[in-house]
Structures are given as structure tokens and as C-alpha cells.
Design a protein around this ligand. Structure first.
Ligand SMILES: *[C@@H]1O[C@H](CO)[C@@H](O)[C@H](O)[C@H]1NC(C)=O
Ligand SMILES: *[C@@H]1O[C@H](CO)[C@@H](O)[C@H](O)[C@H]1NC(C)=O
Ligand SMILES: *[C@@H]1O[C@H](CO)[C@@H](O)[C@H](O)[C@H]1NC(C)=O
Length: 512
């Protein structure tokens, strides 16, 4: 009887929540609502202020690498326009802004040269102006764009030397900015960086071997794991320095950001459920298990054997400090099928987990496609990803550090059309709704950051897709709010808003 009543009450509550729609008041006041960018994607000024070239500067200048032949030399010219951009954040009502520090701007030659005071000054100015608007800076130390010199000298992540360089860079930043920066991210999406950079070899340093990819050098069967080992220990070096020398004095938090697509089982059989768990272990556990539990997942050890490095005792000691939070970048969901008991084609990106991944089940797409071929709109993935992290990592606090919608863009599209982005509003609203479902099940999520504040350089896609709440005209550098900017602003201003599917109830006029 009692359980029937509580079940009825739970159902009633569920209905009431659903009827209320998505609302700012469903989140604690302290919840961080922000937007994200990264240095290479927005700053431009690629060789100004004594900055050195990064691996991305060098790569984008090679012919044929970027879809539209573009590069980040100018990007959003944020380096010169940051004051205007801070105004955009302020007018949205953000209480947090996530950006990355360009290693090459602060230490153009890594630990082999001097601290570049011009670079330090730029980030001081940015941090101070963000704070002056009541916005918390959330800072990534490494978001892909490492100094080319470290690649040339010792092969960057392939060498243990990177641990010392990264620790040195992190300490320079803690010292210079840690009195004001309270949220530190060591490395952004190392799992994607390792798979694209060392397994399939499509992004710098473009190392791989057949059949994973066709690179001039590399070894896809070994190097991703060697580089990952150094990534994990470089992260641990920075955490160790922060926790033992700065955290008590500065009172901040430090974590890492992992990309996690959700792996949904293709067939309703236990083999595919286990395959999905295995795919997650190879994608997420690969980096987070050592950081949180001290060793690689058993699923990886069983399949890779001695190809997977082991942590020697001195390295284990480095991993003793725990991170304060996990950052999650989540965009999409794919189906996964077991390839141990069923015969199937191993895909290059996830196949080492002995799985096949696909966006289709019985000819039906998992979600609406987007201009990025791997991103499909699957809002329920947000809840599943968060619940997975909650359970696997013992309720370590979580921040959604990126979530956003790629919008098609081409030269013949007009500004008037590009600022109409009801698909992005639906995307954010639906993903946020599933985020609140996870929070109601006890998930300790403390923030949500939209990717991105403004349109910017989208890596291999160049400027051919737009993720921004603000449209950027790359000729004039004019920023224009899209309908999604107005939606986010109204949501954050605590206005009850039930967005209609068409988005036609949203007017851009009069919006500042
Ligand atoms: C910038 O680089 C130039 C050339 O290497 C050097 O002479 C100058 O001192 C540097 N400026 C600063 C502020 O470090
Ligand atoms: C790899 O790339 C080289 C150079 O572009 C090309 O000649 C060769 O045919 C490619 N090999 C395969 C197996 O695709
Ligand atoms: C999956 O299979 C189980 C039994 O094996 C069944 O109870 C369940 O309803 C199935 N779920 C779906 C979505 O088909």
C-alpha cells in the first residue's frame, strides 16, 4: 500500500516536472552556466606578442589539411577583441567562461626559454575583465595547441619529457593566475587528441600506421598508448604541483575534461551491453581509470596485453592526488555491436575495443544528422553519460564543459538565415532536460557550458560549421546574437519559457 502511494507520488512529481519545462530554478544558484572557447579556435594573432607557432599553426599551413583551406591565423581575432567578447558573455548573463591558455603564448619555447610577459599580460587582462563582470574564469591549460618546438625536440606526448614541460607550464600559470582562477582543467579531451593524433592520424602530430590511417610515420598499435601514458602522468604532475603547493593558498579546484559520446547497445543482447561497456572503457576509462583508481581498465589489459604500459611505483605515487571534478564534453550517441561473439567489421576509431559502432539500427538513424558526420542529435545520451560517470567514478563532481550544435554554413548563406537557429535551441533545451533528469537521480553536476560562445575555427572543418551562440562575420569580425543567444539569455534570466519546435516565437529584434 505504502509503496503504491509513493509510486503514485513519484509519478505525479515526474508529471509536474515535465509540465514545468526546463527552468533555471531547477538548478542550484551556485550552478555554473557558461560558454566555452579555446585559444587556437578564437584568438588569432598567431605570431603576435612573441607567441611561437603551435602544432596547429604548422599543420593548418600545409595544403589540403583543412576542409575549407582555412587556418586560425586570425580566427575570431579574440586576442584584440576580448573586451567586446566579455561584453557578449555579460549580456548573456553567464556566471562562468571557459577558455584555454595558449602554451605557446606564455612559454613560446616551453621550459627551454623565458616566460613571455606579453602573453601573461594578455591572460591577466582577460581574466580581470571577465571577473569584473562577475564571471568565473574556468581555464584549460592544454586544448590541443602545444608548442611546435616540443614536438620537434622530443616528440611531445610520445616522450616522458612532456611531463616535466607540462608541469613547468602549469606551475607558471598557477603562479601567475591562480590568485584569481579557481577552476583549472589540465588537459581537454585527451582521448580524442590521442585517437585522432596517434591512432587514425588525422590531426597533428598526424602519426599512424595502416590499416588505421595512412601517415608518413607512427604506429597505431603502440603509440596511442605510449602517448596516453605520458598524458596521464603529465596531468598528474600538474595536479601534484597544484595540490601540494597552491591549492590551500589559492582555494581553487583542478580536474580534467574528457570527451564522452554515449555508446548505446545496437541489439538487445547482453553481448552488446558488454560491448558498450568495453567501448566506454577504451574511450573514457583509458584516461580516467588511472587518474581516479590508479590503473588502466581490465577490459583494456585483457585485449591489449603488454601493449598497454604499466605504472611503475614512482608513477603510481604521482597519481596519489585525486581530481576535484570531472569535466565532460558530450555531443552525441552511437550504437555499438559486439565483435567478439559476432563477426563484424572493426571500425578504425573504436575497433580496438572489439566493437563495431554505427549511427544506424535497421536502417534508422539514431538521431537527426548534423553537418558533422559523427554528430547526431540524441538528447537522452546526456542522462546516460552522466549516470555512467556517477556510478563508475563514485560521484566525483561533474561539469558539462562542452555541449552544442554544429550548424551548416557556406559562403552563399545570409546572416539573416544564420542567426535563425531553432535547431540549436531545441538541442540545448532537450539535452539540458536530460541533464536535469540525471540530477534528479542524484548526479552531482555543478555546471553546464555551451560550445561555443561564438562561431570559431572548428579544427578539420575550418569555418564550414558554426557552433556559436553569436554569429561571427569573418570579414568584418562583427558578432551578431543568434536566436539561441536570446534563448540562453532568457533561460538564465529565469524566465519561464516553453520553446515551440519552430522557434518562430523568438524574435531577434530588440535583443542586445
Ligand atoms: C619579444 O621578442 C623579441 C625578439 O626575440 C625580444 O627582443 C623582446 O625582448 C621580446 N619581448 C618581450 C616583452 O619578451
Ligand atoms: C598512402 O598515401 C600515399 C601518399 O599519398 C599513397 O601513395 C598510397 O597509395 C596510400 N596508401 C594507401 C594504402 O592508401
Ligand atoms: C530486451 O530483452 C529482454 C529479455 O531478454 C526483454 O525483457 C526486454 O523487454 C527487451 N527490451 C527491448 C527494448 O526490446
Amino acid at each position: 500500500m505504502g509503496s503504491k502511494i509513493s509510486l503514485a507520488l513519484a509519478l505525479l512529481l515526474e508529471l509536474l516536472w515535465a509540465a514545468a519545462g526546463l527552468h533555471r530554478s531547477q538548478f542550484p544558484d551556485s550552478f555554473l552556466f557558461g560558454a566555452s572557447t579555446s585559444s587556437y579556435q578564437v584568438e588569432g594573432a598567431w605570431l603576435e606578442g612573441n607567441k611561437s607557432a603551435t602544432i596547429w599553426d604548422v599543420f593548418t599551413h600545409l595544403p589540403g589539411k583543412i576542409k575549407d583551406g582555412s587556418n586560425g591565423d586570425v580566427a575570431d581575432d579574440h586576442y584584440h577583441r576580448y573586451l567586446e567578447d566579455v561584453e557578449l558573455m555579460h549580456s548573456l548573463g553567464l556566471n562562468a567562461y571557459r577558455f584555454s591558455i595558449s602554451w605557446s603564448r606564455v612559454l613560446p619555447r616551453g621550459r627551454f626559454g623565458d616566460i613571455n610577459t606579453i602573453g601573461v599580460e594578455f591572460y591577466n587582462n582577460l581574466i580581470n575583465s571577465v571577473l569584473s563582470k562577475g564571471i568565473q574564469p574556468v581555464v584549460s591549460l592544454c586544448h590541443l595547441d602545444i608548442p611546435q618546438e616540443l614536438e620537434d625536440r622530443y616528440g611531445a606526448w610520445l616522450s616522458p619529457e612532456i611531463q616535466e614541460d607540462f608541469g613547468y607550464f602549469a606551475e607558471v600559470c598557477f603562479k601567475a593566475f591562480g590568485d584569481r582562477v579557481k577552476y583549472w582543467i589540465t588537459i581537454n579531451e585527451p582521448n580524442l587528441m590521442l585517437k585522432f593524433g596517434y591512432l587514425i592520424g588525422t590531426i597533428p602530430p598526424c602519426r599512424c600506421s595502416l590499416p588505421y590511417g595512412n601517415c608518413t610515420s607512427g604506429d597505431s598499435t603502440l603509440e596511442p598508448y605510449i602517448a596516453a601514458h605520458n598524458v596521464i602522468l603529465a596531468h598528474a604532475t600538474a595536479v601534484d604541483i597544484y595540490k601540494s603547493k597552491y591549492q590551500v593558498k589559492q582555494g581553487g579546484f583542478i580536474g580534467i575534461v574528457i570527451n564522452c559520446k554515449w555508446y548505446e547497445q545496437l541489439r538487445n543482447v547482453s553481448e552488446d551491453y558488454i560491448a558498450a561497456q568495453r567501448a566506454l572503457a577504451f574511450d573514457v576509462g583509458w584516461i580516467l581509470d588511472p587518474i581516479i583508481f590508479g590503473d588502466y581498465p581490465t577490459e583494456m589489459r585483457e585485449i591489449l596485453g603488454s601493449k598497454l604500459p604499466t605504472f611503475i611505483s614512482q608513477e603510481r605515487r604521482k597519481l596519489r592526488h585525486k581530481i576535484d571534478f570531472i569535466g565532460i564534453n558530450h555531443y552525441t550517441t552511437h550504437y555499438v555491436k559486439d565483435c567478439i561473439f559476432s563477426s563484424c567489421e572493426l571500425n578504425k576509431y573504436d575497433g580496438n575495443a572489439l566493437v563495431f559502432t554505427s549511427a544506424q539500427r535497421n536502417g534508422q538513424l539514431i538521431g537527426t544528422p548534423t553537418p558533422m558526420e559523427n554528430i547526431f542529435v540524441v538528447p537522452y545520451g546526456m542522462e546516460k553519460v552522466i549516470m555512467y560517470f556517477k556510478e563508475r567514478y563514485n560521484s566525483t563532481p561533474m561539469y558539462i564543459m562542452e555541449n552544442g550544435f554544429p550548424q551548416k554554413s557556406s559562403n552563399d548563406m545570409l546572416l539573416d538565415d544564420l542567426v535563425k537557429d531553432p535547431d540549436r535551441i531545441d538541442f540545448m533545451q532537450n539535452y539540458l532536460t536530460f541533464l536535469t533528469k540525471a540530477m534528479r537521480q542524484g548526479a552531482d553536476v555543478r555546471g553546464y557550458f555551451v560550445w561555443s560562445l561564438m562561431d570559431n575555427f572548428e579544427w578539420l572543418y575550418g569555418y564550414s560549421v558554426r557552433f556559436g551562440l553569436y554569429h561571427v562575420d569573418y570579414t568584418t569580425q562583427k558578432r551578431t546574437p543568434k536566436q539561441s543567444a536570446k534563448w540562453y539569455q532568457e533561460f538564465l534570466a529565469d524566465q519561464r519559457l516553453l520553446h515551440q519546435k519552430t522557434g518562430t516565437n523568438l524574435k531577434t529584434q530588440g535583443f542586445k
